[in-house]
Design a protein around this ligand. Structure first.
Ligand code: AKG
Ligand code: FE2
Length: 209
């Protein structure tokens, strides 16, 4: 599942270009993506998802001109989430061994973007905070077509106007990148778009972003 050779590849890409697009289907238990999509569809239907904010605590703003998705945090209690958390931990330990990042923990949420929703260009962490260090976004959408839009647009760490990648949010695909370095944005989708965003953190105690 999470082999040493694969972890070597991820670590190399992160240190060379700060991001990588991945296919996780062969690295996750069979059926896990479908189980997670089932969960988020239920959460979405039962209105359990809340408006996403930007920042934390007193700094939290819900600016609809910046991001429009809805989120629900994962707690790892369901069978599917606990399998996913095992995978996240293998990744955390594997990246620590190779890149000495000292990643202590992770946090993850489901996100749903309704047609027209977007998330403007941003970084996931402010430089030097050592809070969110590595970001992983995992997509849950079967049969995502070109005309469905909703791509993750990735920009160069050295020039935020230079696009370096466009990731289609198809089930099992993922983007892994350095949270403080890689600007990215979510383009408006034409159908409901489900994902899980996970952040590996260096701090043990939650601090503001
Ligand atoms: O869903 C995506 O493709 C990226 C989401 C994102 O950038 C975020 O939640 O910070
Ligand atoms: Fe982001």
């Amino acid at each position: 599942m999470v082999s040493d050779g694969w972890l070597d590849e991820l670590a190399d890409s992160l240190s060379e270009k700060a991001w990588i697009e991945l296919d996780l289907l062969g690295h996750l238990p069979v059926g896990l993506i479908a189980a997670l999509r089932n969960e988020v569809e239920i959460l979405d239907r039962t209105e359990a998802m809340g408006r996403a904010g930007i920042g934390r605590g007193a700094d939290l703003t819900r600016d609809r001109s910046v991001r429009r998705d809805k989120i629900a945090w994962l707690d790892g209690y369901t069978a599917a989430q606990s399998e996913l958390f095992r995978f996240f931990d293998a990744l955390r330990v594997g990246l620590n061994q190779r890149l000495f990042l000292g990643l202590k923990r992770y946090e993850a949420h489901y996100a749903t973007y309704q047609p027209g929703d977007f998330y403007k260009r941003h970084l996931d962490s402010f430089r030097g905070r050592a809070s969110r260090v590595v970001s992983l976004v995992l997509y849950l959408n079967e049969g995502w077509q070109l005309q469905d839009g909703g791509e993750l647009r990735v920009f160069s760490p050295d020039n935020e106007d230079q696009m370096v990648g466009l990731v289609r949010p198809e089930a099992g695909r993922a983007a892994l990148f350095l949270s403080e370095d890689v600007p990215h944005e979510v383009l408006p989708a034409n159908r409901t778009r489900y994902s899980i965003a996970c952040w590996f953190r260096q701090d043990e105690v939650p601090l503001p972003l």
